[in-house]
Ligand binder design. Structure first.
Ligand code: SAM
Length: 268
């Protein structure tokens, strides 16, 4: 298993304040879960610098060959240093991954279906958009493509407890709404947690709806380019009642954002 010393050595080479990466203890949690669960095929949503990707790859290499990591990010440019490409740490830190690896820019959770066409995922790491309900939407779109027993790891489940990130409640609501089996880090502020998927995605509709029922904090409308894919997948994969509830909540959110924008314009 990757030791804390090995994790620290990577941080020493790349860490800078505000880089938006997992902490050393979050990395330890990820590596331990990989070691304990021995996944074959893994999916990561939200790469940024590539720190978490680096640890996932190093942890997978330790458990042996025939593993695979598919990492996706909506962006190609690293938001915390726009001179760099998403995943730049991986290129220098793991130039020859010890498993199959694909890094895909301009992709997101809706692409899980395509990446799981040959085989479903055993392990998922979600660390993308943190405003609610994005982590719930990510989880919803990935759930049909995980094997029973898979772990879905959620980063930043305690981010909302830091006052300046109070709106970043998305990962917390997923973790909190899902029933056991689940576990979270016992270190620092317990900012990373994982839920184990034991049944069909449809068995999780009530838990997804419980998460969706919490106050949404995403600012702005959820764009048509996203809703189009979300509705297409959910209509096809979930119950009609679930799809209807999701659709009406997203439409109500978008309407209310459009209304407040129009009110602000009228006042100014
Ligand atoms: C917090 S950073 C990820 C940090 C990374 N996991 C690490 O620990 O090194 C979030 C990343 O998610 C990406 N992102 C934001 N919204 C997304 C979405 N809906 N789908 C995929 N990626 C997204 C951003 O471009 C950003 O690179």
């Amino acid at each position: 298993m990757l030791s804390l010393d090995e994790i620290d050595a990577v941080f020493a080479r790349y860490y800078f304040e505000g880089m938006g990466a997992v902490s050393r203890y979050d990395a330890k949690f990820l590596c331990e879960l990989i070691h304990d669960s021995q996944p074959g095929k893994c999916f990561e949503v939200g790469v940024a610098s590539g720190m978490s990707t680096t640890f996932l790859l190093k942890a997978l290499a330790k458990i042996g060959p025939e593993r695979e990591l598919v990492s996706v990010d909506i962006s190609q440019q690293y938001y915390a240093d726009r001179t760099k490409e998403v995943g730049y740490v991986v290129a220098t830190e793991v130039p020859e991954p010890g498993c199959r690896f694909g890094l895909h820019f301009h992709h997101w959770s809706a692409d899980a279906a395509a990446f799981a066409a040959d085989e479903k995922f055993d392990f998922v790491f979600i660390d993308a958009h943190h405003s609610h309900p994005w982590a719930t939407i990510d989880t919803m779109l990935i759930l049909p493509f995980v094997k029973p027993g898979a772990w879905i790891v959620l980063h930043d489940i305690a981010l909302k407890d830091i006052p300046r990130f109070a709106r970043e409640t998305g990962p917390f609501h997923v973790y909190n709404s899902f029933l056991p089996p689940k576990k979270k880090s016992q270190f620092e502020n317990q900012n990373i947690g994982a839920v184990q998927i034991t049944g069909s995605h449809r068995a999780y509709e009530a838990q997804l709806l419980a998460s969706l029922a919490c106050q949404w904090t995403v600012s702005g409308v959820i764009k048509e380019s996203f809703t189009h894919r979300i509705f297409e997948l959910v209509d096809r994969l979930y119950s009609a009642d679930f799809a209807l509830q999701l659709r009406s909540q997203i439409e109500a959110h978008n309407k209310s954002v459009a209304f407040s924008v129009s009110q602000t314009r009228r006042r100014s």
